[in-house]
Design a protein around this ligand. Structure first.
Ligand code: SF4
Length: 531
């Protein structure tokens, strides 16, 4: 479905801002690939591009790949932008450049939906999801493409059902240049973890697409040159367990039809470990990774943040269960909680070692607007506003001294991502977890020369940049030779790429060159490419 009834034609430029360098964007891995330059194509903006009236020409520019040019702005009659809090400075910069061409600029997406007051310069703010506000925006632009005299805020009250969503305009994105492809089946989460803004923004009753939509999207992603891995960006893949079970057989069929050349990944709560019927189907559908917000191994802390559902099975047992279905666990971890004690970092380091999870995004607590945490801290007078927080890595006035929290975080990062410790965890994943995956015959598609050439380029880059020029060569070769002896090229490439990013990022972070939080309010200026 797309917007209809607009006879006037408008040329729309959709611009996605650069990410500020963060733990979860894997940029240190890109140099080891065959040309990856960015993380994932943006779902929201590509959805809007697909929903625009069919007669409106659209250009899409992801500034993580290349900047919007003077020619792009001169071509356009209006500009649309979307992004997350971490891209705030870059969004405002796009607005400034569009205004230099006297273009009206509309901003949508998660950041403006939570904090419209962050964006006083934009002409139109689109708050909320695709719906009546989107139609009203199109109507106003169709009627008059000049900049309104004052900011117009349009808030969605009547949302378009996800089952009516068009397939995002993946054809506009240069899919080969992304590390992962993204897809979305559901939106919203039934839980209410204190720090999380998902229930406030997208609701507690997950809304859904149909399995047929997802299969059609996967087919389109393949047509558009899908990267090897597709990530379900759903807030919680099992937020509606029945819906997950409805979808999985369709994914299995799709994999069979297309030769199992695509790996799947998703985000889900750890209590998925209690659902063997879901895990079994996910294994069959070639899910290889689940991101679980474990947050902390401390039961008191989980209770305090209302994340009791993480304790439905003992955490280490839950991780092992997921691993036994061939899926690696990636874990979110938060430090700086009110329940943190002087021994918290040691307990976390112990957990990292025992869980053998290679990739944990270890962040300092950040209070996001529209969360119960924000409201509580505001009442307690413990929210540090932006202007005062400059130079800090969190807007929370921790109960423990700030410097102690930051140095505990640095210690945890340094130990977790010490090369030998990290590679030992990857070794375990290769030998145990990856070995549990279903065995599928190598598809003809993977035996083609372009595909073999791609693998060779990545191997050359890894051997040269890590094995020869790197500064953890010995650890790397011990791991690499073991994988080569077993003929496990996939395990070698995948582990070495991500490990390199983690090691490099952790070194930058512990030396103060990176934020201690993916959501840090330290709004450092990402170098927005010049026009
Ligand atoms: S389970 Fe995850 S998505 Fe759901 S409220 Fe908690 S943190 Fe947010």
């Amino acid at each position: 479905m797309r917007a209809e009834g607009f006879e006037t034609v408008r040329r729309i430029l959709c611009v996605f801002p650069r990410y500020t360098s963060s733990f979860g964007t894997f940029e240190h891995a890109y140099a080891l690939t065959d040309g990856v330059r960015a993380f994932m194509p943006p779902q929201g903006l590509l959805l809007i591009a697909a929903y625009l009236p069919a007669n409106w020409p659209v250009r899409f520019v992801d500034e993580n790949l290349k900047p919007a040019t003077k020619e792009d702005f001169e071509w356009a009659e209006a500009v649309m932008v979307s992004g997350m809090h971490i891209q705030r400075n870059q969004m405002n910069d796009i607005c400034r450049r569009a205004h230099a061409h006297d273009l009206p600029v509309a901003l949508g997406g998660p950041s403006v939906s939570a904090c419209p007051d962050y964006y006083p310069s934009f002409d139109y703010l689109h708050v909320g999801e695709l719906g009546d506000a989107t139609h009203e925006l199109f109507r106003r632009l169709a009627e008059d493409p000049s900049r309104p005299s004052e900011q117009v805020v349009l808030t969605t009250k009547d949302r378009v059902a996800m089952s009516e969503f068009p397939i995002p305009a993946y054809e506009l994105a240069d899919t080969h240049k992304y590390l992962l492809a993204s897809i979305q089946y559901s939106s919203g989460c039934p839980y209410q973890c204190e720090f999380c803004d998902i229930p406030g923004l997208y609701g507690r009753n997950p809304r859904l697409k149909t399995p047929q939509q997802i299969v059609a999207e996967l087919d389109k992603l393949r047509e558009c040159g899908i990267p090897d891995t597709v990530y379900f960006v759903d807030d919680n893949f099992i937020g509606n367990r029945k819906a997950a079970l409805d979808l999985l057989p369709h994914l299995v069929e799709w994999q069979k039809r297309t030769g199992y050349v695509t790996r799947l990944a998703c985000e889900a709560t750890l209590n998925i470990a209690k659902r063997p019927e879901i895990l079994e189907k996910m294994k069959e559908a070639r899910f290889v990774t689940i991101f679980c917000g474990i947050e902390t191994p401390d039961p008191d802390a989980l209770k305090a943040m209302h994340k009791d559902h993480n304790m439905m099975v003992p955490i280490l047992e839950g991780v092992q269960t997921i691993n036994s279905y061939g899926m690696e666990v990636v874990s979110g971890i938060i430090m700086g909680l009110d329940t943190d004690k002087p021994g918290t970092a040691d307990a976390l380091i112990d957990f990292v070692e025992k869980s053998r999870i290679p990739l944990l995004t270890i962040n300092l607590l950040q209070a996001l607007p529209k969360t119960p945490l924000w409201d509580r801290l505001e009442k307690e007078g413990r929210l540090i506003k932006d202007e005062v927080a400059e130079g800090r890595d969190s807007n929370v006035d921790f109960l423990m001294p700030y410097d102690e929290v930051v140095s505990a975080w640095k210690r945890a990062m340094a130990i977790a991502y010490e090369p030998a410790a990290l590679y030992a965890r990857y070794q375990h994943q290769c030998d145990y977890t990856y070995a549990q995956r279903i065995k599928v015959p190598v598809a003809d598609e993977l035996k083609t020369w372009p595909n073999i050439r791609r693998a060779l380029i990545m191997l050359r880059n890894i051997f040269w940049k890590v094995g020869v020029l790197g500064n953890y060569k010995r650890v790397f070769w011990k791991f690499a030779l073991g994988r080569l002896r077993k003929g496990d090229i996939e395990g070698l490439i995948g582990s070495a790429m991500i490990a390199h990013h983690l090691i490099e990022f952790a070194r930058a972070a512990t030396s103060g060159r990176q934020n201690a939080s993916n959501y840090s309010i330290r709004l450092r200026e990402a170098a927005v490419p010049a026009e």
